[in-house]
Design a protein around this ligand. Structure first.
Ligand SMILES: Cc1cc2nc3c(=O)[nH]c(=O)nc-3n(C[C@H](O)[C@H](O)[C@H](O)COP(=O)(O)OP(=O)(O)OC[C@H]3O[C@@H](n4cnc5c(N)ncnc54)[C@H](O)[C@@H]3O)c2cc1C
Length: 482
């Protein structure tokens, strides 16, 4: 792609449009925006730190005039390299657009700027007796703009759905600098194609989100957390249909397989029974009396389903302690292994056990440890390939193992990414999931929205380019942990 560069002349032109405090060019300032959680630094030519939404259209008009790439960035917690300015140009930080403009208790909505951190909205809504359900595990650090661009999901997905289900309306700036409001401010609306839904999950490649109207719910009165220990993963997996037969919808069903449990046991001695090789972390929320009933029913169903033991917490430190078992895993694996590759595949609920059995076999065939944990309730598995040795032959085996693990997810009717997006990291495998006709259709949509290809170039479809291959090679060399 033949993009324009940020020359001194062009910068002077932009200085006429934006205040000086928005334009960062010093190397140290650029470095602060060079990486996200893929940990593969790529320097932009210029950082534009938007202080007001109205600064975004003139930036895009300037970029369109000179065909300069613009990569939007929220909080930089993305795990697939979505916010890396891989073709240079401008890194547009939306982090300072962090105002909650309105919480409307009558319409049960929140109007927010894109840089608002997920946790800040959850807290502000809770203070008004309201509730914003999407809860990616990065809720304390990721921005709502990034959540929208990645259609983020979290443990509460099983009951409440993903970010898309909570977005009513988006204010966006298009590639030519024009502005548009996508979607009505109503809960229903069926006029024409849903361009709002196209922008959700588009990884900053179709438009820059400058404002969002999000749906809220009344805050659940109570929450109860349970930890259930099973002798094997199949018994744990069988609980998802069992809950549904019992008419219960937990608000989280997280799981860990036997290998994951074995590793966490070393970190938290005495917390996990020796015979436990499948674990469920469950939550239910709602009215106090209903939660009481549901948690009893969940506990009973687990024991009937062969659970060795079930622990319950109403909240506070005890709840945190139960969650610590699940949350400690990422930290423990990072510490205990020399190399780790973590994928975020998803499969249909009835294929989870089959997937994990297949994954373990693939691991054995490559002489590697493969473990799984994640969101059982929506089939989203964080499948980890782990090695104690950090050398080139091991890395080759790990790569071959990942190829098979991603292919297996698609063979079982699943996807190569349940939540982290394609970005740079997943591009080589996109063809496993999308046939050429659909890839072509998606590229034509991109072409219609952004004919010059300046919005976040090098993402999703760019795998054939030299730049993408070069970056992917660098990523794999540095691959450590996600
Ligand atoms: C510890 C940890 C746990 C995580 N857990 C989860 C999880 O449970 N579920 C999950 O889904 N993800 C998870 N993630 C991944 C990440 O937090 C999410 O993808 C999150 O939504 C990214 O938000 P961000 O603000 O950091 O976006 P960034 O990383 O800054 O950007 C991500 C993408 O969004 C685009 N973008 C950002 N803002 C805008 C905007 N205003 N307009 C247009 N495009 C924009 C960027 O161009 C980029 O493509 C986790 C990450 C970490 C580090």
């Amino acid at each position: 792609m033949d993009f324009g560069r940020v020359t001194d002349d062009r910068l002077r032109e932009l200085q006429g449009e934006l205040p000086p405090e928005c334009l960062l060019r010093e190397p140290q300032r650029l470095e602060a925006f060079a990486a996200d959680e893929l940990k593969l630094p790529v320097l932009p030519e210029l950082v534009v730190e938007a202080r007001e939404a109205r600064q975004v259209p003139p930036l895009l008009r300037w970029a369109a005039r000179h065909r300069i790439p613009v990569t939007a960035r929220g909080a930089g917690t993305g795990l697939s390299g979505g916010a890396l300015p891989v073709h240079g140009g401008v890194l547009l930080s939306l982090a300072r657009l962090d105002r909650i403009l309105e919480i409307d208790p009558v319409n049960q909505t929140a109007r927010v700027e894109p840089g608002v951190i997920n946790a800040a909205l959850q807290e502000a809504a809770a203070r008004r007796g309201l509730f914003y359900p999407p809860d990616p595990s990065s809720w304390e650090s990721s921005s709502l703009g990034g959540n929208i661009a990645h259609n983020a999901g979290g443990p509460r997905c099983v009951k409440y759905g993903v970010t898309r289900d909570w977005v009513m309306q988006l204010r966006v700036v298009l590639a030519d600098g024009s502005e548009a409001t996508l979607g009505p401010a109503t809960r229903k609306g069926v006029v024409g194609y849903s361009l709002r839904d196209l922008v959700v999950g588009s990884e900053g490649t179709l438009a820059v989100v400058t404002q969002a109207l999000l749906r809220l719910l009344p805050k659940p009165e109570a929450t109860r957390t349970l930890l259930a220990f099973f002798p094997d993963l199949d018994a744990a997996c069988a609980m998802v249909p069992a809950f549904s037969r019992a008419g219960i919808t937990p608000s989280a069903i997280e799981f860990m397989d036997g290998e994951a449990i074995r590793i966490v046991r070393q970190e938290l001695p005495g917390e996990l029974p020796e015979a436990c090789a499948g674990l469920l972390l469950l939550e239910c929320d709602g009215r106090e009396a209903a939660v009481e009933q549901d948690s009893l029913a969940i506990g009973e169903a687990c024991l009937e389903g062969g659970a060795l033991d079930v622990l319950v917490a109403e909240g506070g430190p005890r709840r945190e302690k139960l969650w610590e078992v699940r949350r400690s895993l990422s930290r423990v694996t990072r510490r205990a292994f020399a190399r780790k590759i973590s994928e975020d595949i998803a499969v249909p609920l009835d294929r989870i056990g089959e997937y994990m059995r297949g994954a373990r076999t693939i691991g054995r065939e490559h002489d590697l440890l493969v473990l799984g944990y994640g969101h059982l309730g929506d089939g989203n598995i964080h499948v980890n390939v782990l090695a104690t040795v950090d050398d080139s032959p091991t890395l080759q085996r790990m790569r071959a193992c990942v190829d098979r693990l991603l292919a297996l997810a698609v063979e079982l009717g699943g996807t190569i990414s349940g939540e982290h997006g394609v970005g740079v990291a997943k591009q080589p495998w996109i063809g496993l999931e999308l046939p050429p006709t659909l890839l072509d259709l998606q590229k034509r949509i991109k072409q219609a929205w952004d004919p010059q290809g300046i919005l976040n170039p090098g993402k999703i479809f760019d795998w054939q380019s030299d730049r993408a291959r070069e970056l992917f090679g660098a990523m794999r060399e540095g691959e450590k942990s996600n």
